[in-house]
Design a protein around this ligand. Structure first.
Ligand code: RB5
Length: 145
């Protein structure tokens, strides 16, 4: 199950991504927001990040204007490795190298077509499992204290 959320700046992009999930028969849970009313992105980042950290959802997608606020907030939740991506190479690499479990994107930065390609790359690329990458991830986890 994919967890997805946005703030008011990214509602249209989230709707497009959810339509593409439906076409691909991906199961997902929409954590909001649901209209254009101004909201606080940390609330939505927290909901998605906690659902991934708890194991309820396997991966998370967070979209705000820049993707920056969402990624900052999500990375405060223990167990979350949220990657802000604006290109397909980074989305693939962060799965292979960082085993990122949440993807953040900026709806005011990239278009819907690219966001879909980035999301596809993120969701379809496995972690490499290589020891050097696992060691580095373990060092990130150790920073959580
Ligand atoms: C909302 O105006 C904007 O600040 C938010 O979408 C995001 O870009 C924050 O990082």
């Amino acid at each position: 199950m994919i967890a997805i959320a946005c703030d008011h700046a990214a509602l249209d992009m989230k709707k497009s991504l959810m339509e593409s999930f439906e076409k691909k028969d991906y199961t997902f849970k929409d954590f909001g927001c649901y209209d254009n009313k101004s909201v606080d992105y940390p609330d939505y980042a927290a909901a998605v990040a906690k659902s991934v950290a708890s194991g309820e959802c396997e991966k998370g997608i967070l979209i705000c204007g820049t993707g920056i606020g969402m990624s900052m907030a999500a990375n405060k939740v223990k167990g979350i490795r949220c990657a802000l991506c604006g290109d397909v190479f980074s989305a693939k690499a962060t799965r292979e190298h960082n085993d990122a479990n949440v993807l953040a994107m900026g709806a005011r930065v990239i278009g819907v077509g690219l966001a879909e390609m980035i999301t596809d790359a993120f969701l379809s690329t496995p972690f490499s499992g290589e020891k050097r990458h696992q060691n580095r991830i373990d060092k990130i986890t150790a920073l959580e204290g």
